[in-house]
Design a protein around this ligand. Structure first.
Ligand SMILES: C[S@@+](CC[C@H](N)C(=O)[O-])C[C@H]1O[C@@H](n2cnc3c(N)ncnc32)[C@H](O)[C@@H]1O
Length: 681
């Protein structure tokens, strides 16, 4: 067969396959053509996993309306590449420069030609789908390996829906977090999926016998929402399968959350399967109330709401943007996943025989928010007495790469001048400073007590002259910072070498506490801490600025405190990085205690200092907080985010500052610096 025939056949097979699951040929063809070009006609990659890459790419195609909006915004704000920064690091598309170390040049030459400008790499195609859809509500929840049926009955005013799941296999939902090719098993499933896809509802299989069981061991139900209308019920017909026992809801939720995480690799920390079911109920009720739109004829049983649904079972639902944000009181029995019952049902335990009360796992350990990830325990203190806890997030003790960020930690890149392979024991004990001290002018930044040297700290506090770039027009100058270079694995010294402070992690006694003002949660010292002491590093997901922009525009963190910080301390070196390459840290979903450090204008007691540990270049580094002065026990630790509260043109609106400093810059009358090197909103 000629190669063009093979190509045509493969092309046709792909289009047919996706058509069978409800994705029109006209949608598939252009995306497939693009993908083929992108992957050099590597059919193996495209065909893998039931055309998963293709399916992902189709759902990743930008919404034309959104694109138009984006373009319009770009036209309005041509400087939208606002995160531009400097960098010497290599990137896939970077050319070797004379200032590169020989290792860097060699590595660049050997690097596979991935990610050309304007093209998507495979990870981007799959991964962006995950991200985009974390917040997407327009995507259907799909069914997989499960037979579902919707009971039929007459509608009542209290439209509550009962959805029955039948079959011996446990239901395995696809969540709307990412679009995958559904594992199409036979044409009946294909039709079901297609139907579901068209109507945005997944419960459409018509061929099932409906069973209604009153046996609580084979039946569980999820009550619906604040509006108190609806419930979602799973009923397994185990008559023919005596071995089958309905698992308890908590196990199902746990297992489903684990499966989702395995499949989609990343989930929002407050993702909860029960919340997903609840959203499904809400979606059905919303669609059911909508006057227009297709109706399910003869398949939906509308049953009267159970008594408890009309009772105000949740005393108060905290909105995510309330001070202190959402909450998850420990050990409370709550039935509405993802919302807080704040003192719960006030004795109103639900006693319906076939209604399971779902105990949500607490989001935090109040005795140690780090869950044992640090050397010290950091408790959560709420003296306000309202019982709430910080919003959930994943505690991580060190940075992790989110997706597209390019951080090269290879030992081969560390040249002799960037490590002290000949050292032994404690570098600070040696008479002559080693190579690692070159960055700090040939003298170590730390004392033998592990504190910053007075002189070094003073110069950091005073700051360096501002750097005037050629990008901003006019450029009002960007703050530049002194770096510290710590010894690391390629050095000959010991783990307890005095030039390794930040990498050893948190050692001071700290507490996360609910501030009495309007700042939400904060971080405080639980002991006296001397000047120049390392407190903690700012830890989060390493993102490109483009990815951060996407998160902001998708609004995954809208209405809440957000936690990004830019890694742009290296303004005064060579090449300017575009937003696709410049990096930032986002502690919104994954972070450490630094995400609780509040802002204070000018006289904050902490200073952030960039620290190089593993990488010789400065496009990635650690952001480490040190005390600027002695800290009293239970004093709040603060940091000047360097926000220009007057900058009305900044794409992200600054919060209203309540720092209480007499130097507070957020006063209309107070003329302020226009610089904004670090954004943390
Ligand atoms: C990195 S978080 C700090 C922790 C946050 N307070 C919390 O409850 O999670 C930054 C957010 O805290 C709030 N914040 C920090 N400093 C503040 C200040 N001086 N005044 C008012 N709000 C502040 C803002 O909402 C900001 O977006």
């Amino acid at each position: 067969m000629s190669s063009s025939n093979v190509f045509d056949e493969k092309f046709e097979a792909a289009v047919t396959k996706l058509d069978a699951i409800g994705i029109a040929r006209k949608t598939v063809s252009p995306v497939l053509t693009k993908l083929l070009e992108l992957y050099d006609y590597n059919w193996e990659y495209i065909e893998a996993d039931d055309f998963r890459v293709l399916t992902d790419a189709i759902f990743d195609e930008p919404d034309p309306k959104e694109e138009q909006k984006k373009q319009a915004n770009k036209r309005k704000n041509p400087d939208s590449d606002h995160y531009n920064k400097k960098l010497r690091a290599k990137h896939h598309s970077q050319k070797p420069t004379s200032k590169m170390h020989a290792n860097e040049k060699r590595e660049l030459a050997e690097a596979p030609p991935q990610q050309e400008a304007g093209k998507l790499c495979p990870q981007t195609v799959c991964g962006t789908v995950n991200t985009l859809q974390l917040s997407s509500s327009r995507l259907p929840i799909k069914e997989r390996n499960m037979e579902t049926s919707v009971l039929e009955d007459t509608p009542t005013d209290e439209d509550s829906l009962a959805l029955s799941v039948q079959g011996q296999d446990l239901p395995t939902f696809e969540t709307p977090l990412a679009i995958m090719s559904p594992p199409v098993q036979d044409s009946r499933h294909q039709r079901a999926y297609k139907d579901a896809h068209e109507r945005n509802i997944s419960y459409t299989s018509r061929s099932q016998v409906i069973t209604s069981s009153t046996d609580s061991s084979t039946n569980f139900e999820v009550a619906l929402s604040n509006s108190g209308t609806g419930k979602l019920s799973f009923t397994c017909n185990s008559a023919d399968h005596p071995d089958f026992h309905m698992p308890d809801m908590e196990s199902v939720c746990k297992e489903m959350e684990a499966r989702c995480l395995r499949t989609y690799k990343i989930l929002e920390p407050n993702f909860s399967f029960i919340k997903l079911l609840q959203d499904t109920c809400q979606c059905i009720v919303d669609l059911g109330h909508a006057s227009s739109g297709p109706r399910e004829s003869g398949m939906v049983q509308i049953v009267p709401a159970m008594d408890f649904l009309s009772k105000p079972s949740v005393s108060r639902v905290l909105q995510p943007n309330e001070a202190g944000s959402s909450c998850m009181p420990p050990n409370d029995h709550i039935i509405h996943g993802g919302v807080c019952s704040s003192g719960s049902f006030a004795g109103e335990q639900i006693s319906s025989s076939n209604m399971l009360v779902i105990a949500n796992r607490p989001a935090h350990d109040v005795n140690d928010i780090t869950k044992g990830e640090e050397h010290v325990s950091i408790p959560i203190i709420n003296t306000v007495g309202n019982g709430i806890l910080p919003p959930p997030f994943h505690y991580i003790p060190c940075n992790i790469i989110y997706q597209n960020a390019y951080v090269n930690l290879s030992l081969a890149r560390i040249g002799d001048e960037s490590c002290c392979s000949g050292c032994f024991g404690d570098c600070l004990a040696e008479q002559l400073p080693c190579a690692c001290a070159t960055v700090t002018g040939g003298e170590f930044a730390y004392t033998r007590d592990g504190l910053l040297k007075e002189g070094f700290l003073d110069s950091c506090v005073a700051g360096l002259p501002k750097f005037h770039c050629k990008i901003c027009n006019p450029c009002e100058g960007h703050p530049t910072k002194k770096f510290i270079k710590e010894c690391w694995s390629k050095c000959g010294c010991a783990r307890n070498c005095g030039n390794r402070v930040v990498q050893r992690g948190i050692t001071r006694q700290l507490q996360v506490f609910l501030t009495p003002g309007k700042k939400g949660w904060g971080l405080q010292a639980a002991e006296e801490i001397p000047r120049g002491a390392f407190i903690c590093e700012y830890v989060g997901e390493i993102l490109t600025n483009t990815e951060l922009d996407e998160r902001n525009t998708q609004g995954t963190s809208k209405g809440r405190h957000t936690y990004p910080t830019l890694l742009n301390a290296d303004w005064d070196t060579e090449d300017v990085l575009g937003d696709d390459h410049a990096l930032c840290l986002d502690a919104t979903f994954y972070g450490n205690v630094a995400r609780f450090i509040n802002h204070r204008c000018s006289d904050a007691n902490l200073i952030d200092i960039p620290v190089q540990i593993e990488t010789p270049d400065r496009h990635y580094y650690h952001v480490a907080f040190f005390t600027k002065r002695k800290i009293e026990p239970f004093e709040e630790l603060t940091w000047d985010y360097n926000i220009d509260f007057n900058d009305v043109n900044h794409p992200i609106k600054a919060f209203k500052c309540c720092c209480g400093s007499k130097h507070c810059r957020d006063k209309k009358s107070n003329p302020r610096s226009r610089s904004r090197a670090l954004v943390l909103l």
